[in-house]
Design a protein around this ligand. Structure first.
Ligand SMILES: *[C@@H]1O[C@H](CO)[C@@H](O)[C@H](O)[C@H]1NC(C)=O
Ligand SMILES: *[C@@H]1O[C@H](CO)[C@@H](O)[C@H](O)[C@H]1NC(C)=O
Ligand SMILES: *[C@@H]1O[C@H](CO)[C@@H](O)[C@H](O)[C@H]1NC(C)=O
Length: 300
């Protein structure tokens, strides 16, 4: 189905038309196709928590754009990742999934998280752009850090909340952040959970640029995507490959995941996670989730 729509978008491109929309299997993503560009809008109510549904939908999408012999038409040159929720990009992982006891379903979920981030890092045939105008913490921030370009709006709030619930950013984001903002700053943000807004994130290099309204953000991102999409695919891929390798060996990500899972099994972590689930009224929109990271102090 998705392959079919890529070809549809391509033929529409040939006649100058654009825009076809479709939803992912579990409904958490809306794909808007135009020639060479796919806009992916996340909507996973109540607050876009990164749960098994969202992880599976993203994974299926990323697998569907891998070049293969069975896919005669080229993958989109640009994928834009955005959120339908004005307050939240992706606030964090589903914390219920890291509460003991470990089950096969929880292990499979963590595995799909690592596949999503690996595919964002290792797909060279598509340029990934994140458009952020809400809260992105934990895995949400790690996902945007592993896309190629990122632009923020006035509602953006980037942070890593993990240490406040007894784990750490184990989804690959910490391999990418130091080269953007320095190791000492990356570590400060990881250790204290402090947040940065969009303008400061642009100054620091955490994101590529800042736009001061939701409208100019969207227009700015679409304009960057449109420019990139006119360039030949081979040149774009060449450019992505020519940059020095930002990412360490895959084994390091596996080590992080193992350490993360070990910590998630500890009593101290479980108590903090339970506290978080209670105060956030089970990860729903309210003072606690909207107040992260400041509200995290209530856990101690
Ligand atoms: C990219 O990551 C995926 C998911 O982990 C993996 O299956 C695939 O082999 C990787 N591809 C390359 C070229 O490393
Ligand atoms: C889409 O990509 C093709 C192939 O590189 C190119 O000829 C065409 O101009 C691009 N169209 C748009 C609208 O980006
Ligand atoms: C939290 O909500 C989920 C559904 O999103 C439900 O499965 C779970 O039982 C709830 N947990 C608690 C502790 O209320």
């Amino acid at each position: 189905m998705m392959k079919h729509l890529f070809s549809l978008a391509a033929s529409l491109g040939a006649i100058g038309a654009s825009i076809v929309s479709q939803k992912s299997a579990r409904g958490t993503l809306t794909f808007t196709y135009s020639p060479n560009i796919t806009r992916v809008t996340i909507s996973n109510p109540p607050i876009n928590v990164f749960d098994a549904n969202l992880a599976s939908d993203l994974l299926e999408f990323l697998l569907s754009i891998q070049p293969s012999n069975t896919m005669p038409l080229s993958p989109p040159k640009v994928v834009i990742l955005a959120s339908a929720d004005a307050d939240f990009f992706i606030p964090h992982i589903d914390l219920l999934s890291i509460l003991p006891p470990q089950t096969a379903a929880k292990t499979a979920f963590l595995d799909s998280c690592t596949q999503v981030t690996a595919l964002l890092r290792n797909t060279t045939t598509t340029v990934f752009i994140t458009e952020i105008d809400g809260r992105a913490s934990g895995i949400g921030d790690e996902i945007l850090l592993q896309t190629d370009l990122r632009f923020a709006g006035p509602g953006a709030r980037l942070s890593q909340l993990e240490t406040a619930v007894g784990v750490f950013p184990g989804g690959g984001g910490m391999k990418a952040l130091p080269s953007q903002i320095s190791r000492a700053r990356a570590l400060q943000y990881a250790l204290t959970n402090e947040a940065v807004g969009g303008a400061k994130a642009a100054d620091l290099g955490w994101v590529n640029g800042y736009f001061d309204s939701k409208e100019t953000l969207r227009m700015g991102v679409d304009e960057v995507a449109r420019k990139i999409a006119l360039r030949p695919a081979g040149a774009l891929e060449g450019a992505k490959r020519a940059l020095p390798r930002l990412y360490p060996h895959e084994a390091e990500y596996e080590d992080d995941l193992k350490k993360f899972s070990d910590l998630a099994g500890s009593e101290e972590t479980a108590a903090l996670v339970k506290g978080y689930i209670e105060l956030s009224e089970n990860q729903t929109r309210g003072w606690f989730e909207l107040g992260v990271p400041e509200s995290l102090e209530e856990l101690f």
